[in-house]
Design a protein around this ligand. Structure first.
Ligand code: ATP
Ligand code: MG
Ligand code: MG
Length: 550
């Protein structure tokens, strides 16, 4: 795909490079290690890593682990894996914000020495009251005019653990009447006795995000610190921090709009509840949009990257249809994957005039649109399985598949004509009886007559049994994601498990995560968690047909 116009971030970067503000760009992805990554994070990863690639710069993965209460070390490895899988090229540049605690402390001391920070004894509630509102200016704290010496002493004692949690904070001394509330002497350090997964109990004071983040960026030499729109109001504070700390090449914050997918759940607490209630099978349940779930479902990094390109980068929030992501995975797999025959809801088809015990091997292209994928041999026998929906006792209008008296093509094989059928006591069809015409073998050049329907099949004696899982959106799209009380509108049919499907023998040795097109059914991949050699499990990645038009 040709990129015709540059997005606004690329324009900023090109200008900065041209004007010599930086020689080489450095970007970063700064997740908090407090959960799984989702499709929204993928946008940030691909944006940051993509810019570094495009402008021959550098991309860092930085764990923003300054808030010990919510963080767990177990997420670090899964985040690394996900970032790498999606195509974030961080190589060995993995950093931890907590490694900079010492420098952050020194930065705070520097501000105090410059008269730009003070220790404040107001309670959290008082600080809120003094802060004012959008329409009313704030009031100065009574502790605002403490001397530099007193502030240095108190801050050191905060660090040494002499004060109770919450009893004192360090605040930046900016402007209590600023029209931007973030600039009204924000808290930059608090006393809190928490054990940190990296630094243990070394610290009992922790920096606040708005103070820590610009320092992390500056230490790593980040040139363009890309974040989401809700931080736009925080930019003046970001700039204040890097200016007052007198960094030589201060990083620049740029905001872009978050990616929102319509009718999709990304909130951690909702997913946590679904997992706890046993509604989904873990954070990587294929119905979710965590990166781990998309991978398990069978999405490819290429498809996700193309999707992000289609969505683009913008300054205004909007929501993108999931169908667009589905379009991207179909496009990605279309020419790359073998097209196989699989019967999901089997009924037996018996060709009464075909010799018993005979096996013919049909030479079949693996992908009609991509010769490079070669051919395979598919056994054809007297007894086959076909999909139940391909036979009707009484055909509806325009139904060209099998029904009594009608002739169809068995894909890659012969014409068969339905002569009879057998039902069980309840009237369900259990067998369809046909005759075949040996003249009509595929590739024989037969032109004697035409049929309107072609159906797929699997030879019964060599068929491989498999479980197939079909998915719909986990939320009820008609009603929207949330109820008025904030609970989720779940779709009771989001998972359909088909226990006794039959696939071609060529699929017998399919490995975890391998994917295929099942002709007429869509794209499927071998489940990475539950599939075994003895019990194959396929996930439907996406159905064959699309509602999305690019
Ligand atoms: P969540 O609460 O959904 O996990 P978060 O903002 O708490 O999101 P962080 O770990 O702080 O997650 O995010 C890491 C990076 O990913 C941040 O730079 C953030 O801006 C970016 N990010 C998070 N969600 C999205 C999204 N929906 N679209 C684009 N970028 C996102
Ligand atoms: Mg997060
Ligand atoms: Mg966050």
């Amino acid at each position: 795909r040709e990129v015709v116009s540059k997005n606004f971030i690329e324009q900023i970067i090109e200008k900065d490079l041209e004007e010599g503000h930086c020689k080489k760009i450095v970007t970063r992805f700064p997740p908090e290690p407090n959960g799984y990554l989702h499709i929204g994070h993928a946008k940030s990863i691909l944006l940051n890593s993509g810019l570094a690639d495009k402008y021959h710069g550098q991309f860092n993965l930085r764990f923003d682990d300054t808030n010990p209460t919510k963080e767990k070390v177990e997420f670090v490895e899964s985040i690394k894996k996900d970032v790498e899988w999606i195509g974030g090229h961080f190589e060995d540049r993995v950093f931890f914000a907590s490694d900079y605690f010492e420098q952050m402390y020194e930065a705070a001391v520097k501000l105090i020495k410059k008269g730009k920070a003070y220790v404040c004894d107001l309670s959290a509630e008082e600080i809120r009251e003094y802060r004012g509102t959008l329409t009313e200016p704030g009031k100065n704290s009574p502790y605002r005019e403490r001397t530099m010496e007193e502030n240095l002493d108190l801050f050191e004692r905060m660090k040494n653990g002499e004060f109770e949690d919450g009893s004192k904070v360090l605040r930046a001394k900016i402007d209590m009447s600023s029209s931007n509330i973030n600039m009204r002497d924000p808290v930059i350090y608090r006393v809190s006795r928490m054990t940190h997964h990296n630094t243990g109990d070394k610290w009992c004071i922790y920096p606040m995000y708005d103070f820590a983040h610009p320092i992390e960026d500056a230490i790593e030499g980040v040139t363009h610190s890309i974040c989401t729109l809700e931080f736009e109001d925080h930019r003046p504070l970001y700039d204040w921090v890097v200016r007052e700390l007198e960094y030589e090449n201060p990083p620049k914050q740029i905001e872009f709009a978050k990616l929102y997918l319509t009718n999709v759940i990304t909130g951690k607490r909702y997913i946590k509840k679904l997992v706890e209630d046993g509604i989904v099978d873990g954070w990587d349940d294929p119905r979710l949009v965590s990166i781990a779930a998309l991978r398990r479902r069978g999405f490819t990094p290429e498809a996700i990257r193309n999707f992000m390109e289609l969505v683009g980068v913008s300054k205004s929030n909007s929501s993108v249809d999931y169908a667009m992501l589905e379009y991207c995975i179909r496009e990605d797999l279309k020419l790359k994957k073998n097209r196989m025959m699989a019967v999901l809801d089997p009924i037996k088809l018996v060709i009464t005039n075909y010799p018993e015990g005979q096996v013919e091997y049909m030479e079949v292209p693996n992908n009609q649109e991509n010769e490079a994928l070669g051919t395979r041999k598919v056994p054809f026998t007297r007894e086959l399985y076909i999909d139940r929906e391909d036979f009707k006792i009484e055909p509806p209008r325009k139904y060209f598949r099998l029904f009594p008296g009608n002739e169809v093509r068995l894909m890659h094989a012969y014409f068969v004509k339905c002569e009879d059928y057998i039902t069980d006591d309840e009237g369900n069809v259990i067998e369809v009886h046909c005759t075949y015409d040996p003249e009509t073998r595929s590739g024989s050049g037969f032109t004697g007559r035409k049929v309107k329907g072609t159906i797929h099949w699997v030879s019964a004696p060599t068929a491989v049994e498999a479980e197939v899982r079909l998915y719909e959106n986990i939320v009820d799209e008609e009603k929207g994601v949330y109820n008025e009380d904030g609970s989720l509108n779940l779709n009771p049919n989001s998972l359909t498990v088909l226990n006794k499907c039959y696939v071609e023998p060529a699929l017998k040795d399919a490995q975890k995560s391998d994917s295929f097109q099942f002709l007429r059914h869509g794209y499927f991949c071998v489940d990475s968690k539950d599939s075994t050699k003895e019990h194959l499990v396929f996930n439907r990645i996406v159905s064959q047909k699309s509602s999305y038009k690019p």
